[in-house]
Design a protein around this ligand. Structure first.
Ligand SMILES: Cc1ncc(COP(=O)(O)O)c(C=O)c1O
Length: 400
């Protein structure tokens, strides 16, 4: 009998982390590799945030804290939701975890019974289906094709809902496509949810601040207050404040849900790191003026990458509204042959070819549930991005 539990058979390790690790290993072995797999800003954590963490250490904030967040951090999150999203939460409606990831995990663990369904628009962030499976639920992927801007259509949502549907997970701006929902697109989805009282909405807003061309971000609980009582609004400091390693994410939602999530956290990780919490207080309460210039740099990189990728024969790249990803179609290279005669059967084969031939690491679309595509993260220095795109063009030109 194996020591490994049966439920492990259903889940896979994160493929995006696997690509980043592979790129790191190849680099360490001396290969010239440009990693386009990572989902983290290449900018540094702001100095005021670092200083707050150092001050917290010196002030002895090195002990256990309240399970789901210090009073100071909960107050900062309450203020953030009010200031930036027009959402009124009380501190007991806030949960802080070790990353947005833990917030989602806690929420699914706290709510899913065997057979409960979670609707995930595809392409999806890789962790939603696997976390659902770990929690005993059933992920229901709904295709959101490129022609629909990779966005879920209300009729598809309506069709996917069953009496067992417990959650819809919406992620705007989206990982892996960068697609973001306008208020009117979102309203058509919340109208569907209003008709189905058993369905809750988990809104993953982690890329909120990375929107371009004047796009206006809106979160569903603010847009449709009638849904707020069955909405978990999730966010974190990782992407906006370049704090991926600090591991702080948070959510706002009904007290009953927040309490159940805290129970799970109390029996697993206890509290998020005390020092990181102090740093997150400074991130949320301190100056916000670096966010817009950083977003402007991401916008320039998006345009550079989209323009260059569209020069690669066989690649077609849309221009998304936000986040730091593009999701180009590689349908035009499937079935073609590499210089050594290998036929490219799918996006995974194409990603392998790019890595082997040109040292460019990107993630194949199958991992995100809509293929044949590649996910390319442009959270990398502009010169490297330019070089990576030139290598992709060269690799595509070499196909027969
Ligand atoms: C869509 C999405 N949600 C949530 C997260 C989790 O962020 P973290 O756990 O680092 O706060 C990520 C990270 O890549 C993400 O892409």
């Amino acid at each position: 009998m194996s020591i490994i539990a049966e439920r492990m058979a259903a889940i896979k390790p994160s493929p995006t982390i696997a690509v980043s690790n592979l790129a790191r290993e190849l680099k360490a072995a001396g290969r010239d590799v440009i990693g386009l797999g990572a989902g983290e800003p290449d900018f540094d954590t702001p100095d005021n945030v670092k200083a707050a963490a150092i001050a917290a250490i010196h002030a002895g904030q090195t002990k256990y804290t309240a399970v789901d967040g210090t009073p100071e951090l909960k107050a900062a999150v309450v203020a953030k939701f009010a200031r930036e999203n027009g959402l009124a939460y009380r501190p007991e409606q806030i949960s802080v975890g070790a990353g947005g990831k833990q917030i989602i995990y806690n929420a699914l663990m706290a709510t899913l019974d065997p057979g409960d369904e979670v609707i995930v628009p595809a392409p999806y962030w890789v962790s939603y289906p696997d976390m659902t499976l770990l929690a005993g639920g059933t992920p229901v992927a709904v295709r959101c094709p490129e022609q629909a801007g990779f966005k879920m259509q209300p009729e598809d949502l309506e069709e996917a809902i069953t009496p067992r549907t417990k959650w819809l997970i919406l992620n705007s701006p989206n990982n892996p496509t960068g697609a973001a929902y306008t208020a009117s697109e979102l309203k058509r989805l919340t109208d569907v949810l209003l008709r189905h009282e058993q369905v809750w909405l988990l809104s993953d807003d982690i890329y909120e601040h990375l929107v371009y061309d004047g796009f206006e971000f809106v979160t569903p609980a603010a847009l449709e207050p009638r849904l707020k009582d069955r909405c978990l609004t999730m966010n974190g400091v990782a992407k906006a404040y370049a704090m991926t390693g600090w591991r702080i994410g948070y959510g706002g939602g009904p007290t009953e849900l927040i309490r159940a999530m805290a129970k799970i956290q109390s029996q697993s990780t206890t509290n998020p790191c005390s020092i990181s919490q102090a740093a997150a207080v400074e991130a949320l309460n301190g100056p916000q003026d670096f966010i817009a210039p950083r977003a402007a740099i991401f916008k320039e990189r998006r345009d550079l990458v989209v323009d260059l990728l569209n020069q690669a024969p066989g690649i077609r790249c849309h221009r998304p509204e936000g986040a730091f990803y593009v999701y180009p179609s590689c349908a035009g290279v499937i079935g073609r042959r590499t210089p050594d005669g290998t036929e490219l059967a799918d996006s995974e084969g194409f990603a392998r070819y790019l890595l082997e031939a040109e040292g460019v690491a990107a993630v194949h679309g199958a991992a995100f549930g809509l293929d044949p595509y590649l996910r390319i993260s442009y959270a990398t220095a502009t010169e490297l991005l330019e070089e990576a795109c030139r290598r992709i063009i060269r690799a595509c030109e070499a196909l027969r």
